[in-house]
Design a protein around this ligand. Structure first.
Ligand code: SF4
Length: 373
């Protein structure tokens, strides 16, 4: 299995050249400069931001504070349509909806919207494909196609916020409350675009969506250089580390990047994040039958985490079609939880939304690609 070269992407000239630029690619200050460079007064950038982030409007004809003859042109230049819906599939009585998006170059990515009693969460993609090569993951099998731009990531989030506001999910209109970077891709391998997107989420209206950083989860397979960089940002998002096993021997296989940064180094970086931000981090653990669900592994994980400010999220594996990896037996899952709790480690078993709709990351895109091919 070949290991990807891991560098944080701060500037991606290839992708930057190809993807149309969008207001969401820039900081609020830069947006004003961009408007001026396009020949508009700087304040037009603020007006368009208000329509985009505060009103969630994608119809420039309703932007009544902008002269009618200018609306389409300014929308085309500042908020070009970067994602086009290919199809949506729903399950769980409509409260889980998976959207498949086509990007301007035909690349497919997915987002999943989940309505719970008290919140709506969207799980978004940060890359098309993924270079991390985790063998149990549909996305990992296809490799990395390219990084998404901040605009492409933000468009998924704004589309979700719009769907919530329009009452597209059963239960009527609601505000999008949580964003998790757990769709396709390794967020910290596309660092700058992800951070711009995080700021687009957390900046108050009209510069962003005004959603609390506490409601944003950035996941990583353990890119220590990315966690350290995130620690310096001073923005207290929830950090989720996909550990999947407490021993390096198995983790080298399950999460190949482990041979670059081992468990000890990853947990030390997560502890550093927790110390700086005061935010408990989460340990993501996909329970895979007879692979990582033995009680001795739960015991080892309990010992590793008992004095850390971490919470374990157990994820019953959503099997990839044709894969040998499958979910743990109920009794093994229960025993795994019991042992962790005996160490005082907080643990939850994640509700596996979307099983009927290829809910695990990458599965809908893989199915669609097969259909197209
Ligand atoms: S599990 Fe996550 S990091 Fe690993 S290959 Fe899949 S998308 Fe990438």
């Amino acid at each position: 299995m070949s290991l990807p070269e891991i560098k944080l992407v701060f500037d991606d000239p290839v992708q930057r050249k190809k993807v149309p630029k969008h207001l969401a690619d820039y900081s609020p200050e830069e947006r004003r400069d961009v408007a001026k460079a396009l020949g508009f007064p700087a304040f037009r950038a603020t007006q368009v931001s208000t329509h985009y982030f505060a009103h969630l409007s994608d119809d420039p004809q309703t932007w009544s504070d902008i002269p009618a003859q200018m609306r389409q042109s300014i929308a085309d230049q500042l908020t070009p349509k970067l994602i086009e819906l290919v199809r949506s599939v729903s399950c769980d009585a409509g409260t889980t909806r998976k959207d498949l998006w086509k990007l301007h170059d035909g690349v497919l990515v997915e987002s999943v919207l989940m309505r719970y009693t008290d919140r709506v969460t969207v799980c978004i993609s940060s890359q098309a494909g993924c270079g991390m090569n985790c063998p149990f993951c549909a996305t990992g099998q296809a490799g990395l196609t390219r990084n998404l731009s901040a605009g492409e990531i933000t468009e998924q989030i704004v589309a979700a916020a719009r769907a919530c506001a329009n009452g597209e999910l059963p239960g009527g209109p609601i505000r999008l409350s949580n964003i998790v970077f757990m769709g396709m891709g390794e967020p910290l391998a596309n660092y700058n675009a992800v951070m711009r997107s995080v700021r687009n989420i957390t900046d108050p209206n009209p510069d962003g969506l005004g959603i609390s950083a506490r409601s944003v989860t950035v996941s990583t397979v353990g890119l220590v250089n990315g966690i350290e960089k995130l620690t310096e940002e001073g923005i207290a998002v929830t950090l989720a580390v996909s550990l999947h096993t407490p021993d390096d021997e198995l983790r080298d296989t399950l999460v190949p990047i482990n041979s670059r940064w081992n468990i000890k180094e990853v947990l030390a970086a997560a502890d550093g994040y927790e110390k700086r931000t005061g935010r408990r981090y989460s340990i993501e653990y996909a329970l895979i039958r007879d692979i990582n669900d033995q009680s001795w592994r739960s015991d080892l994980l309990g010992r590793l985490l008992k004095n850390r400010n971490a919470h374990v999220n157990l994820i019953p594996l959503n099997p990839t079609p044709g894969s040998k990896w499958t979910a743990s037996r109920r009794e093994d899952e229960a025993e795994f939880v019991r042992i962790l709790e005996s160490y005082g480690v907080p643990v939850t078993v994640r509700d596996t939304r979307g099983r009927e709709i290829d809910g695990a990351c990458g599965q809908l895109a893989a199915a669609e690609k097969t259909r197209i091919d």
